[in-house]
Design a protein around this ligand. Sequence first.
Ligand code: ADP
Length: 823
Amino acid sequence: MDQGDLTMNNKLDKYKQYVTDKLKHINRLLPKYATGDFSELVPIPESEDEFTKLYTGINQMVEDVQEDNKEKEVNIAELKQVHSQLRDSEKQIKALLNTTSDMAMLIEKDGTVITTNNAMAKAFGQTPDEIINENIFKLMPPDLSKQRKEQSEEAAKLGKVVHFVDQRADHWLDNSLYPIFDAKGKLEQYAIFSHDITELKQTEKALRLSEEKYRTLFQNMNEGFAYHQIVTDKKGKPADFIYLEVNKKFEEITGLKNKMVLNKCATKVIPGIKKAKPDIISLYGEVAQTGKEKSFEIYNEPIEKWLMVRIFSPKKGYFGTMIEDITERKKVEEEMQKLAAVVKHSNELVNLCTLDGKMTFLNEFGGKMLGIEPHEVENVNIMEVIPDNLRGLVEKELLPTMMKEGAWEGDLQYRNMRSGKLTDVHAMTFTIKNPDTGEPQFMANVSLDITERKNTDRELQTLLKKLKEEKNISDSVIESLPGVFYMFNQKGKFVNWNKNFETITEYSKDEVLKSSPLEYFTSETKKKIAAKILTVFTKGEATVEGELLTKSGKRIPHYFTGKRVKINKQYFLLGVGLDISDKKEAEEKLREAMEELKRSNKELEEFAYVASHDLQEPLRMVSSYTQLLEKRYGNKLDKDAKEFIQFAVDGSNRMQGLIQDLLRYSRVTSKGGDFKKVSTNYALGKAITNLRDKIQQSQAVVHNDELPTVMADEMQLMRVFQNLIGNGIKFAGNQSPQINISAEEKNGEWLFSVKDNGIGIEAEYKERIFVIFQRLHGREKYPGTGIGLSICKRIIERHKGKIWVESKPGQGANFYFTLPRIK
Ligand code: ADP
């Protein structure tokens, strides 16, 4: 073998080895691939030979197969999922279908049963499994089958459900047939549902049967019934309603007859309905629209009835009204309300309780009286408010009488449970019977507060007692009166008198009874007494003096006081007479004494006048002859004789002065002038003129206020001023005299004052200075006779006034006098 051959051989061997190796590879892998295991690829040689191509081809193929397998796997998984979903939904549908009592079935368009529930299978007398894949039309009688085929075709044509009802034996079925189309609108299947409506059909029948019954009932109902349809406006607002039906009672209550109202609008039937209050149309409309029931009570003016109206709506837009005439009930209710109000506001206690006393009702007034709050009423037993001392009365008298006779009436007392205060009441208690059994069930009690009456009773009692006491007192007063007491009526009949009356008049009781008042007077006084009796009866009272004439003829002066009194609508004269014999006697004596005084005064005056007048003449003689004696024989007489003559002359002069004074004094009354209206200013002015010289000499200052006009004797008034001012100047002492004259009104009189600044007067001489010829000083120091003030006093007293002095020594004197005011 040559190299070539060797090389050749080597080459061949190598190739053989190579091929064998490659084939080994393929041999190892092919059986794997044959089992479908493409997980391993052929290792691809690096050369480009046939094997490489083969290997690449195999690998390509393996890779394709791998790819394809992967895809398949995914599809298988999806398929599995769809399968299981399908299985689930099928289960669900089956379960669902089997839960309903309705029958359900799904069929192919040719009638092959795809699925069905138990109920449907049962209708064919089979189980679902038995009829699945069967043709449903073949399971039916031929005519029904034909009908069903037609119906399913119709559903398919219309493209929507078809309903039909069929009756099998005594069953009624309501069927629905749904055509099912695929996405392209091609008919695929039918779904059939059947619902058993046997019961409904039976009810319908029953309903039809009973409708007649209901109609009769409706017509004979005790309530008025009407059925209406609401009419709305454009906006859907209720505007009217139409009567669809009314029953007899409705006609009866409202007077709206079926014929008149049926299918008519309410606004036509009742023209004023739109204005009605409440707004009935809206109200009814609301019910018809919302279906919410409403009821109300209303007074229907035109028919004068109270109605209870119930509105309901069985169907939208429709409503029924049930009306009930409750006029009677309302009346009773009103009465009850009134009664309740009366009880509530009554000023009497009103109370109800059970037979064992447990309170069930107590009105407000009662609550206040007994101190019980409304919520406490039911916890109280009536016996708790009865005071202990009255329990006996309640138990032994009230309750037995009430139970036996049905009622008890009498006075009681209640104790306030809070304050303990007792209230007097007049109670009326009675039983309330059970209407069914007629047995007493409750006690009612109406009590009137009589505290006031009781108080009045008590007051009256005390008053009567007091009156009795007072009568005793007045009787004894009357009896112990010093005078006569009597009482007679307008006819003069004596009704009462005291013992004194009988004693003094000397008439007996019987005689007084028969007598008349005027019989007790003398004929001269009868008229006067009769007039006074009349005055008492007309004016109420009078007094009179008169002589009482006794039975034996004695006349006893009496002072009578009569008063009119009214007793029981009758007038009486109640009088008292006092014996005034003593007073009369005294009066008589006084009168006599006065007369005596007057007479003696007059005599005295006359005497004084005559005396003074007549005394002047001889005195003048004594004086002139004594002067003549001195003239003629003066030189022949010695010193003593001359002095004696001088004394005699002085004495007679003084005597002449005194006599003239006395004459002046007596002339104040005997020769006084008339009283006229006199200006005091004027009289004072005259007095000052008369005193002019004295005033100038003494440099006196006389001042006066404005003085009044009085009724007086002008001359005398002037004299009073002249005397008083004169004295003021005379008794001025060492001072230059200042005299002030004034007047004021006091106690209805004029009070004049003449005031000086002179020496004044000791208190003890204040009265004496007004007595005639009384003086306090020697003639040498202050000349005068002591007549001035006594004349003033006499003048002032003649003018019905008074005169006095107020003074202290050394502090001047103030002379006051009064004069009456002009009326
Ligand atoms: P007559 O002035 O003549 O003495 P009257 O009767 O006037 O008399 O007065 C009596 C007496 O009263 C006087 O004497 C005098 O003592 C006293 N008297 C009167 N007026 C005054 C007076 N104004 N002041 C003081 N004494 C007076």
